[in-house]
Ligand binder design. Structure first.
Ligand code: SF4
Length: 188
């Protein structure tokens, strides 16, 4: 897949070097728990694919999701409105092709481009906080992202519960880790 100048600019605009790991572990989220989109990500994906970001395209390719939980100014815990790629029938991301590759890799969602399975907790938390700040910024300005989440919810385009996605993710993660351990045992 060609990486355009715009793609590179977008990838470098979040203040972190993007991840590129393509190992078995890092592909597990693609099959069960696509990474969260930040404001502007879906627009970049549509531009990269050369499609118009129409309502039907958005409904086909994205879902409203439970987001990170934060403390509101009143002290209650609230979930930040969030968007993720839609999932295919088998749970895999709508942008995953039949060969197991990401069709939108150069402009992948924030949760895919800036987090991977090998990152330390502190670094992952730091990057996740940036995503939260981007989402909160959009909410504060009544931006396109939070409006889109509202429209998706209203149309019933909602991702499966986070707990369900996590369960499927952890189940396959365990299987992949076991396979990796077995192949390591065979080579020692
Ligand atoms: S957008 Fe790409 S990297 Fe992210 S979950 Fe989908 S297929 Fe995987």
């Amino acid at each position: 897949m060609d990486v355009t100048k715009n793609d590179q600019e977008l990838a470098g605009s979040r203040g972190f070097e993007r991840t590129t790991c393509d190992c078995d572990l890092c592909r597990v989220p693609c099959r069960h728990m696509p990474g969260a989109l930040a404001p502007g990500d879906l627009e970049a994906i549509a531009a990269h694919l050369g499609v118009t970001m129409s309502g039907p395209w958005v409904e086909e390719h994205s879902r409203a999701s439970d987001g990170a939980k934060v403390l509101s100014s009143s002290g209650s815990v609230v979930s930040i409105p969030s968007m993720v790629p839609a999932q295919q029938e088998d749970g895999s991301c709508v942008f995953l092709d039949d060969a197991g590759h990401c069709k939108v890799h150069p402009v992948a969602p924030f949760g895919c481009a800036y987090l991977d399975m090998h990152m330390g907790e502190e670094e992952a938390d730091n990057r996740s906080r940036t995503l939260i700040m981007l989402q909160l910024g959009d909410i504060a300005s009544d931006g396109a992202y939070s409006k889109c989440v509202g429209v998706l919810k209203g149309k019933g385009c909602v991702a499966p519960p986070l707990v369900e996605r996590r369960e499927n993710f952890h189940q396959e993660l365990g299987e992949v880790e076991m396979r990796m351990q077995q192949s390591e045992d065979l080579t020692t």
